[in-house]
Design a protein around this ligand. Structure first.
Ligand code: HEC
Ligand code: HEC
Ligand code: HEC
Ligand code: HEC
Ligand code: HEC
Length: 496
């Protein structure tokens, strides 16, 4: 029976090719899966495409070819039989003939180096296709926003797979299957613009973040100094310093912000799909089994879902943080990419960036337009400065800020992807900590500033404390009019 089956599926050229394709395809799939699950060879979308799209297609084609060949052979045989000819199926190689042996040996001798080179090239190609670089570049148009933000993040050395796949075979296979689907979506232009956030299929943080970060590590308090610039002519530097109570587990109990991820209790919440509006929060103490439910005044509509809180409910932008125009201009000013002596550059920079949001259809057009708008402001108000290097540089820095955050082809605009840490540009912590989520007994998820941080200094331009700590330069002395001759020009600068 088996012998008969084997004879049938290899008994003619077409079926033989089909069988070979199916067998080799299957072997390669198994080999790739084994290689990937053994680690060291994590695999990006493209290896997934090879494993889950190209090879299975070869396999299926092979399977289809087998009966096709058998049917064709049967027809040929019938024809030959009718003509009274022999019905031999496959060509005969007679190894008794010296010529056949010669051809065979030459063939093998040539095939070995060719195969070796092909294998080496394939290996190199697959390896390259795996790199973050290729992954970001090849799906460039689709993932350009995330890839661009990723390159500015502290996780730039982690690679996409660290957070989007993590270790183990199960999530790897899931990622490959969805990766293959994504390829098809890109090919047929079916993907959503912008890519939807949050990612509902993201792996829970225990399999990703917690591979590198210890969830219960005691972090304690962290001093965060934020630099802003005012909208005035001098772009006055303002400092805010917060002692952020990150906390963590200490002496058997958790305190502070990382209290939420203590393994001893579970916080679950009911929200809309965007996770921006939270209707109910349920807190379970694992040791005592007690639960507490905080409800908002609004009743949950249909289409809401429960989720267990983990790192990503606060750190939703660890690798793709998109910023506001204010943030970008402040950053460029504090890093010196924009000259802070340019009058009103903070106010104008924010205005120009905000107005650019939907004004351009490519980064190149935006860079040009933004540089021209910057120059136009100075030409109209400070003609002496319009042609200066500082204005050209500011125009370039604003163009960069646009290109890092706005992606017209993906419809990514300012503040489209909110960051849940804090409460300044989006509700963030205040989605729950709003005094409005209450238990039946009247306990609420509080909004007291001191729960999360102590404000050490708020928007100060001349903080003695920060100056002592070396975190702020004292503001420039107003120059007296009777000072040295050089003082005159400066004095006009601070006149109003
Ligand atoms: C440090 C972890 C981390 C790394 C590294 C990382 N991501 Fe993400 N990524 C996330 C998280 C978390 C989200 C989901 C945010 C949410 O669901 O609210 C996300 C979301 C996304 C989204 C959905 C759109 C969005 O912005 O929410 C895309 C696309 C994406 N990532 C692509 C990539 C690519 C491409 C790379 C590599 C260049 C990468 N990610 C690297 C953590 C990471
Ligand atoms: C493969 C290891 C790895 C994974 C996975 C990973 N991280 Fe990190 N993370 C790091 C490293 C390394 C740093 C430190 C980078 C530095 O100091 O420059 C870091 C830094 C951070 C920081 C501090 C950033 C800052 O501004 O100082 C946060 C917050 C963070 N990670 C959160 C996350 C979250 C949330 C996830 C899961 C979505 C995650 N990480 C996944 C390795 C990882
Ligand atoms: C309730 C919100 C919340 C949750 C949940 C949360 N974090 Fe944080 N985490 C914060 C805040 C806020 C900070 C302070 C960062 C800041 O102010 O920029 C922080 C800081 C950090 C830092 C930087 C600490 C340092 O040394 O400066 C790391 C790393 C980090 N978190 C990792 C994690 C990981 C891993 C998880 C999940 C196990 C997690 N966080 C869960 C809110 C949260
Ligand atoms: C999904 C809802 C939710 C979100 C979002 C959330 N929290 Fe909480 N938080 C809670 C609940 C519930 C409690 C417990 C309140 C109680 O026990 O009375 C809590 C308690 C706290 C506590 C007190 C912990 C202690 O020591 O007892 C701090 C600090 C805190 N949250 C900070 C933050 C910060 C910072 C953010 C944003 C980065 C944040 N939370 C986001 C639900 C949330
Ligand atoms: C549930 C926790 C929580 C509560 C309550 C809270 N904050 Fe915050 N706040 C944060 C976090 C987290 C950040 C982000 C820290 C950072 O920038 O790293 C922040 C940032 C800030 C900043 C700095 C913004 C910036 O970037 O310049 C100010 C100012 C501030 N909070 C004021 C307040 C005031 C005033 C209150 C009381 C009404 C308050 N916060 C209540 C969690 C909280």
């Amino acid at each position: 029976m088996i012998k008969h089956f084997f004879a049938a599926i290899t008994g003619n050229v077409i079926s033989l090719v089909g069988t070979l394709m199916a067998v080799v395809g299957l072997l390669l799939i198994v080999a790739l899966l084994a290689m990937q699950s053994l680690g060291g060879f994590q695999g990006g979308a493209y290896l997934g495409i090879l494993t889950f799209v190209v090879l299975p297609m070869a396999f299926l084609l092979g399977i289809v070819l087998v009966p096709l060949g058998m049917w064709w052979r049967k027809r040929q045989d019938a024809k030959l039989a009718a003509q009274g000819k022999e019905t031999g199926h496959l060509p005969v190689f007679d190894l008794n003939q010296e010529r056949t042996r010669g051809v065979l040996i030459t063939f093998v001798a040539l095939a070995i180096p060719v195969l070796a080179i092909a294998a080496g090239l394939t290996f190199k190609a697959v390896h390259y296709m795996d790199s973050t670089e290729f992954c970001g570049m090849a799906c460039h148009k689709v993932m350009q926003p995330e890839y661009t933000a990723f390159q500015r993040s502290p996780h730039v050395r982690v690679g996409c797979a660290g957070c989007h796949i993590g270790p183990g075979a199960e999530w790897f296979v899931k990622a490959k299957i969805s990766g293959s689907w994504q390829l098809i979506a890109v090919m047929f232009d079916l993907y959503p613009r912008p890519i939807e956030t949050p990612v509902h299929s993201l792996r829970p943080a225990s399999g990703t973040c917690e591979q590198c970060h210890w969830p219960t590590k005691f972090v304690g308090e962290r001093l965060k100094v934020r630099t802003h610039f005012a909208d005035d002519e001098q772009n006055t530097e303002l400092k805010t310093a917060l002692m952020v109570k990150v906390g963590g587990r200490e002496g058997g109990a958790s305190h502070g912000i990382h209290w939420h991820v203590d393994p001893n209790h579970v916080v679950r919440y009911l929200s809309d799909r965007s996770r921006q509006t939270i209707y109910e929060v349920e807190l379970t103490n694992r040791t005592t089994g007690e639960t507490k439910t905080f409800k908002s005044e609004e009743a949950a509509p249909a289409g809401t879902e429960w989720r267990t809180m983990d790192c990503i409910d606060c750190h939703n932008r660890p690798a793709h943080n998109f910023h506001s125009p204010q943030y970008e201009v402040d950053l460029a000013l504090s890093e010196g990419r924009i000259d802070r002596t340019l009058p009103f550059i903070k106010r104008e920079g924010v205005r120009i960036l905000t107005e650019s949001e939907t004004a351009y259809d490519s980064h190149d057009a935006a860079r040009e337009g933004i540089a021209a708008a910057t120059k136009a402001f100075y030409a109209a108000n400070y003609p002496d400065l319009a042609e200066s290097e500082a204005v050209a540089q500011a125009g370039k820095a604003l163009g960069d800020a646009y290109a890092w955050n706005i992606f017209p082809h993906m419809k990514v605009t300012w503040n489209l992807y909110p960051n849940h840490i804090g409460h300044k540009d989006s509700p963030g912590c205040f989605r729950c900590h709003d005094n409005k989520h209450k238990t039946d007994d009247g306990d609420k998820i509080g909004k007291k500033c001191g729960t999360c941080h102590n404000l050490v200094v708020e928007e100060e331009s001349d903080s003695k404390l920060l100056q002592e700590l070396g975190l702020q330069e004292p503001p420039p002395e107003p120059v007296a009019t009777d000072a040295a001759p050089a003082g005159e020009a400066q004095a006009t600068g601070t006149a109003n």
